[in-house]
Write a protein that binds this ligand. Sequence first.
Ligand code: FES
Length: 105
Amino acid sequence: MQITFLSFDGTSYTVDADEGMTAMEAAINNGIDGIEGDCGGNCNCATCHVFVDPKWSEQVGEASPMEEALLASRSDLAENSRLACQIDLVPELDGLVLQMPESQF
Ligand code: FES
């Protein structure tokens, strides 16, 4: 499956990902600059913040209460904010588009 990460300046990076990994892992494994993932995917750092492309919001679904609490620490929080480590790559998300914020810090 493939996922596309859009950088803040609009550059598009489409990467191959395996079903079962998270969107954060797909970014890290492919050296995407713009996703940090400092806590290793434990929903504890908020450096894997992404904005879900509106066309994909329904398939991606809502953040859990724990994720929401962590997202609230982001000054660039938006309605379509999610943490990439909390997006499990199920087959239905093949082609997913995620926008990255200007900075993860
Ligand atoms: Fe730390 Fe996602 S990698 S919250």
